[in-house]
Design a protein around this ligand. Structure first.
Ligand code: NAD
Ligand code: MG
Length: 379
């Protein structure tokens, strides 16, 4: 298999490359393209380690610096939006691991679908923003859209136990994040450092904050709606504190099927790479007798408003999920720079959603325009 990776230097991207190495001798994966942003040293190391023929970075100056650094290799370095799109769609890949964080991953991922390339999707913001357009393109170009998000991989795997018409609901699990059980008063004072300390997962900064606000779960509800063609009301978020049950599905006979494992993204990444096969994995396996217990709870949507807002945007459809996502990216960016407080993230998202008239059945231009308009508003 030939693989291109958008966001190769990030948490998902680097684990994707580890899976490529883990699978050597079992399934050969050739890495034909990688992209990153500012981490040029790591990109250079990856280009050399995997003999990658194409690399892309957003900024022209960074592309020049990287090209100089790898001048002794056969790697061609591209830049800008066009560079990312070329990397995703035209480097001969059979599969794209879409692992850029945020909206910037949308166009290159769509280009890859249009080029008939299967997608291993980590970049949930793309599906939240442009769900109907993506799903139409997936059907039109006959590609596979394989979920890398652990919950969606679990749902995808659990769905194999029955027919689609037999499904009654999806049980989307959530760890609850670092602030589970806290009141609004307690959340007033939380710091950036506390929000960046996730109890179970080690991830990029943006998704770690999204996990603390429960926006991540809200984005995942919308992601599940599109991936599995279900209504928002048929997706129940269940807190599962230890992140061992990655999600479940309930069938019409009330049978519940779950997928379990240690909290490692290498499992869903590997399954997307090897699907429909299962191949031996490296690393630790789960020991239930050592684990002892698995605990459950309910999300508190009054305190963690982002989950409720995302469900609302998901039900409204049109440009609202795009507005929600862009407002959240702006707010999380400001929180990461310590310009706003934790609870202001949800307040800003809600205020921004109120400012926009919805447009039903939007075109890709409508979505790009709505995304830009939110970012121009700033905070
Ligand atoms: P990360 O911040 O660790 O990595 C992001 C990658 O995107 C980096 O390679 C970075 O260079 C690149 N990038 C960032 N901004 C860019 C831009 N403007 N243009 C081009 N490239 C850019 O993030 P991550 O944790 O790996 O998450 C990536 C995606 O996967 C997100 O959508 C996230 O929601 C999703 N996801 C992550 C995890 C996880 O465990 N990390 C789990 C499920 C889903
Ligand atoms: Mg997830």
């Amino acid at each position: 298999m030939k693989l291109a990776i958008l966001g190769a230097t990030g948490s998902i991207g680097t684990q994707g490359l580890e899976v490529v190495e883990d699978l050597r001798g079992i399934k050969e994966i050739e890495v034909v393209g990688i992209s990153g942003n500012k981490n040029l040293k790591l990109l250079e190391e990856q280009i050399r380690r995997f003999h990658v023929p194409f690399a892309a970075v957003p900024e022209e100056a960074d592309a020049k610096a990287l090209a100089t650094a790898v001048a002794d290799t056969d790697c061609k370095v591209l830049s800008g939006k066009e560079g990312l799109c070329y990397l995703a769609a035209e480097t001969g890949a059979d599969m794209l691991l879409s692992a850029i964080v945020g909206f910037s991953g949308m166009l290159p991922t769509l280009k890859a679908i249009e080029a008939g390339i299967d997608i291993a999707l980590a970049n949930k913001e793309t599906l939240v923003t442009a769900g109907p357009i993506f799903m139409d393109a997936v059907e039109k170009y006959g590609v596979r859209l394989l979920p890398v998000d652990s919950e969606h991989s679990a749902i995808f795997q659990s769905l194999h136990a029955g027919e689609r018409k037999e499904l009654s609901k999806i049980l989307l699990t959530a760890s609850g994040g670092p602030f589970y059980g806290k009141t609004r008063e307690e959340l007033e004072a939380v710091t950036l450092a506390q929000a960046l300390k996730h109890p179970n997962w080690s991830m990029g900064a943006k998704i770690t904050i999204d996990s603390a606000t429960l926006m991540n779960k809200g984005l995942e509800v919308i992601e599940a709606k599109w991936l599995f063609d279900v209504e928002i009301e048929d997706i129940e978020v269940v807190v599962q504190r230890e992140s061992i049950i990655h999600s479940m599905v309930e069938f019409c006979d009330h049978s519940v099927i779950a997928q379990l494992g240690l909290p490692s993204m290498k499992h869903p990444i590997q399954y997307a790479f090897t699907y429909p096969e299962r191949l031996p994995a490296k690393g630790e396996r789960i020991s239930f007798s050592d684990l002892g217990r698995i605990s459950f709870g309910k999300p508190d949507e009054d305190t963690f408003r982002c989950l409720a807002l995302a469900k609302e945007a998901g039900s409204m459809g049109g440009i609202m999920p795009t507005v929600l996502n862009a407002a959240n990216e702006v707010a999380v960016g400001a929180f990461l720079q310590e310009k706003i407080r934790f609870l202001e993230i949800a307040e800003y998202v809600e205020k921004t959603m109120d400012r926009f008239e919805n447009i039903q059945a939007p075109t890709i231009e409508d979505l790009l325009k709505a995304d830009r308009a939110v970012r121009e508003l700033g905070i």
